[in-house]
Design a protein around this ligand. Structure first.
Ligand SMILES: O=C(O)CCC(=O)C(=O)O
Ligand SMILES: [Fe+2]
Length: 203
C-alpha cells in the first residue's frame, strides 16, 4: 500500500461535541512510519502492569502502562503513583512533531499497551489536579485500530465514538475533560496489540 495515496486523509477533523474541543488527525504519521514506531515502542519501552484501586477494590489494570517525562514530576491516578523515566529517542522524535502541531511543549507521556481486545480502559476523564484546568492532551495511536467512546457527564443522550487508526492523533482540549468521559471498550474481534501515547503537561 502506498501511504502517499492517502495523504489527503491527514486533514484534521473537528468533532462536533458541545462543551468540548476535540480534533482528529487520521494520518498524523503515515502507515509505514506508524508501524515502525509501533515495533520500536513495543521493544524499547519498559512496560509494567500495576494494580489499581477503584471504589475500594484492587485488581490488575487491564493493559500495560509506562510513564516518561522531561522532568521528575510524578502522575497519580486511580490510586497509582507513577514516577517517570527520561524520554527515549522514539518518544523525543514523536514529541517534537506533536509539540509543533499543538503549539505547546508537552512535559510528560503516559503510555498504554492494549495487548488485544480483552485489554481496555474504563470510563474516566483526565482531570487529575496535576494537569491543571482545561488540560490539553495529545493522544497518538499505533498498531491495531480501537474504538474510542465519549459520553457527556450530565446530558446522558450525548455520545460519540471514533475509530482510532494506526498513526492518528486525537487532540482533546478546552473543557473536554470537565464535561465528557472517555473509554476504550473491550472487543472480542481485536486480536492484535495497540500502543497509545498520551502527551500531557505536568508542571
Ligand atoms: O488508549 C487511548 O486511546 C486512551 C487512553 C486514555 O484515555 C488515557 O490514558 O487516559
Ligand atoms: Fe484518558
Amino acid at each position: 500500500m502506498n501511504p502517499d495515496l492517502f495523504a489527503s486523509e491527514n486533514e484534521p477533523i473537528s468533532l462536533k461535541m458541545p462543551d468540548a474541543e476535540v480534533i482528529y488527525f487520521p494520518s498524523f504519521f503515515n502507515k509505514v512510519l506508524a508501524t515502525d514506531f509501533f515495533e520500536r515502542l513495543s521493544k524499547t519501552i519498559k512496560w509494567q502492569q500495576d494494580n489499581i484501586t477503584v471504589y475500594g477494590k484492587t485488581y490488575p489494570q487491564p493493559r500495560l502502562t509506562a510513564l516518561y517525562a522531561i522532568n521528575n514530576n510524578s502522575y497519580r491516578y486511580s490510586g497509582i503513583t507513577m514516577n517517570p523515566k527520561p524520554f527515549t529517542e522514539e518518544l523525543l522524535a514523536i514529541k517534537e512533531k506533536v509539540d509543533i502541531a499543538c503549539n505547546v511543549s508537552f512535559t510528560t507521556c503516559l503510555l498504554n499497551q492494549y495487548r488485544d481486545g480483552q485489554d481496555s480502559n474504563g470510563w474516566h476523564s483526565d482531570n487529575e489536579k496535576e494537569l491543571g484546568t482545561n488540560p490539553i492532551i495529545a493522544s497518538l495511536s499505533f498498531g491495531a485500530e480501537r474504538w474510542f467512546h465519549f459520553k457527556h457527564k450530565t446530558d446522558k443522550q450525548l455520545k460519540r465514538k471514533i475509530l482510532l487508526e494506526n498513526g492518528s492523533l486525537l487532540l482533546m482540549k478546552g473543557t473536554t475533560q470537565e464535561f465528557w468521559l472517555h473509554q476504550i471498550p473491550k472487543s472480542k474481534k481485536i486480536l492484535h496489540p495497540r500502543i497509545n501515547l498520551t502527551f500531557r503537561i505536568i508542571q
